[in-house]
Design a protein around this ligand. Structure first.
Ligand code: SAM
Length: 286
């Protein structure tokens, strides 16, 4: 079988299919031979595991997943890559390629239809233009998955793996911690891709668990997180007052009930603080 990390092999396959890279679709294919085996090894633990891959490209990571997993379903938006994948991975009978936009797919249905009875994990070298929406969809849809092992931009990895209450924390940091424990696995230099992006990358793994705090209303909880970070340089009093369109005295009362200093900044707040603010806001609207 062809080596999908060998630059001349990849160029040859792509030129035979008349394929040119699309920047808009975030097409940077992995050519560093050590990265995909490492990712697949971390993602797939046990041979009865089903893997949902997002954006297989020409199948370099897919191949490593297929070697280790019971089944791989790979969702690829660019239909020009379908004949390429038939050529590179046609020998595997545990692969299904779905030509769709992952953000538009009913992933619950896909998982039920394709992976009955298997433990399911997600593994992907994500198209960077949709990193946050994809991760939030995977989490908010409350899919029956064990873990998410993904390559993201280095800066995104820092945000996704930050501890709430620290300087690198942002709205997505807090949302991610609500659903899972994030772990930074390893760094990947930009030269590991063809074409090379401008930024370095990192592989992270999110281990899903039951939410660690129980806000009375999840929608309010996420509204408060987004609102508090909307103007992250402002105090939580000012930021929440403008994002929730509430007057300052009302927000002062809410923060007091939640035991949060009105001069605090969002990046300093913990998950518990956000849950307490959200509950105080709900109690006030009753
Ligand atoms: N997995 C391959 C690799 O590691 O070399 C390719 C990764 S490349 C960074 C991202 C892939 O995601 C591309 O194949 C691109 O066409 C695909 N893609 C982009 N947007 C997508 C979407 N909304 N849904 C599914 N796939 C998408």
């Amino acid at each position: 079988m062809e080596r999908l990390t060998d630059i001349s092999t990849v160029k040859n396959i792509l030129s035979r299919h008349g394929f040119t890279f699309s920047k808009v679709l975030g097409q940077n294919f992995l050519i560093n031979p050590s990265v995909c085996p490492r990712m697949a090894e971390a993602a797939v633990q046990g041979d009865r595991v089903g893997v949902l891959e997002i954006g297989p490209g020409i199948g370099v990571l897919t191949k490593e997943l297929l070697e280790r997993a019971g089944k791989v379903v790979a969702v690829e938006l660019d239909k020009r890559l379908l004949p390429v994948l038939s050529e590179t991975l046609g020998a595997y009978d545990n692969l299904k390629v779905v030509n769709a936009d992952v953000l538009e797919l009913d992933l619950h249905k896909l998982i039920t239809d394709e992976f009955g009875g298997m433990d399911v994990v997600v593994c992907a070298n994500l198209p960077y233009y949709i990193t946050s929406p994809v991760i939030m969809k995977l989490l908010e849809d409350k899919l029956p998955i064990k873990s998410i092992t993904v390559m993201v931009q280095k800066e995104a990895a820092v945000r996704l793996c930050a501890e709430p209450g620290t300087r690198d924390s942002s709205a997505i940091t807090v949302a991610v911690r609500y659903y899972c424990d994030p772990e930074l696995l390893f760094h990947v230099s930009s030269g590991s891709f063809m074409p090379a992006p401008k930024v370095d990358s990192a592989v992270i793994q999110l281990h899903l668990h039951e939410p660690v705090v129980q806000p009375k209303n999840e929608a309010t909880f996420f509204k408060v997180i987004k609102g508090a970070f909307a103007q992250r340089r402002k105090t939580v009093l000012n930021s929440l007052s403008s994002s929730l369109s509430l007057d300052k005295n009302a927000v002062r009362d809410i923060l007091k009930a939640a035991g949060v200093e009105e001069t605090a900044r969002a990046e300093r707040l913990t998950l518990e603080n956000f849950a307490d603010i959200s509950n105080a806001l709900d109690d006030r609207s009753k």
